[in-house]
Design a protein around this ligand. Sequence first.
Ligand code: ATP
Length: 445
Amino acid sequence: RQPNPAYPASLLMKLSRGHRTLLRGLGRMADKQGVALYLVGGVVRDLLLNRNNLDLDLAVEGDGIAFARRMCRRYRTAATVFDKFATARLRMPSGLKLDVASTRRESYVHAAALPAVEPASLQEDLYRRDFTINAMAIKLNALTFGRLEDPFEGVRDLSAKRIRILHEGSFQDDPTRIFRAIRFAERFGFTIESKTGRLLAEAASTDFVARLSGPRLRNEIFLLLGEHRPSRSMEQLDRLKLLRFLHPTLRYGKAVRRVMDSLSAALAWWEGQTGKRPADIPMLRLMALLSQSGPSVIRAVAQRLQLSSAQAVALSYAEDRTARLLVELSRERILPSEVYRSLAPVPDEAFVLVAAKARVLRRSKAADRVKRRLNRYLRRDRHLRITVDGHDLATLGLKPGPQFKIILDRLLEARIDGKVRSAAEERKLASRMVLEAGKRRQSPL
Ligand code: ATP
């Protein structure tokens, strides 16, 4: 995994043949148009680290949008153009996504605002980036195809396993870099270089982060929570008092940590049972982070991060709703159909959270009961279906009305509880219920 600065030109050999052919073709196109073309940013870092990265970011020293349009004509595809940022996104016929940008400089009118951009040299474009390890480029023009451009000694920092900013005002300009530094340090097992660390702590102690919009802060928090092992990053956020930007009372204490750490086992179990992954892992982890917070804190966090309404509903399960479910599932006497009724409306993420919380309960009979019931529900009860349907009930003489749903639900519950075991028994029970419903209708009371 060691970068090999001695042979940077061979870096592109690590890409697939298809990608290399594409990049060579683009380099020749750039020659024809008289512009310099580079592969930039994270992909260069990951090539040096021997890590896969599927995003190809291109920078054009010149008119990037014109170049992107030319690419579209040549490869018969379309681009989404973001004029304000002089960038375009293309999807190649192979499915590959490519971002093309004009090299530019950025100026920040005030801290945490989105920057104003203007065309500039590659050097300046690299200088506006977050860390030295992300500020490298590979030239694609034919004559120097594969040449590494590393004006800020990114290779040296990669070898030293170090995250370093490019200038002192970096965190102030863009406080999302505080979170990015923690994220990359954790992902690669790097340390944050001492001056960068000092400036990061300083920036964390101001209110710069508070100025970030909901979506920008959410994006950073979700990216952190989406990493392989988020627990250490959360500890860092706690240590640097950055969790206060989600809510002033939020901490990453022992109890929260235990739930967070038990998520992977709960997830593996859930996947084994259902054959699918909950769609939203960062969301699940955010729920774990809030698993000891009250409803008003949870609501405030959902608002601060401007979560969607579906996410806000999932998040509302983070604490008391899952705690109540646990109490219910640990009761000595509860019918399987009651378990079903409680669990059926629970979003996937909340279900996994319940399982994670169950794992951290001290071993006891109650804890065993919870696990058994979760298992039974997932494995068996949620798949059960009844054979009788609304049409059958009508044939049996049931008049249209709310009774249809009530009877069908009760039939399913009877099936779950093993009170009926075959289609014939179901029909028998159904006709008894229809009869009773009819009698109740006719009763003068
Ligand atoms: P990942 O592997 O997480 O996608 P990445 O480095 O590719 O990492 P992106 O967020 O896709 O991350 O950004 C691409 C490049 O854009 C970065 O490598 C960096 O050069 C630059 N960049 C992204 N965000 C910032 C930022 N907030 N400030 C400065 N430069 C940034």
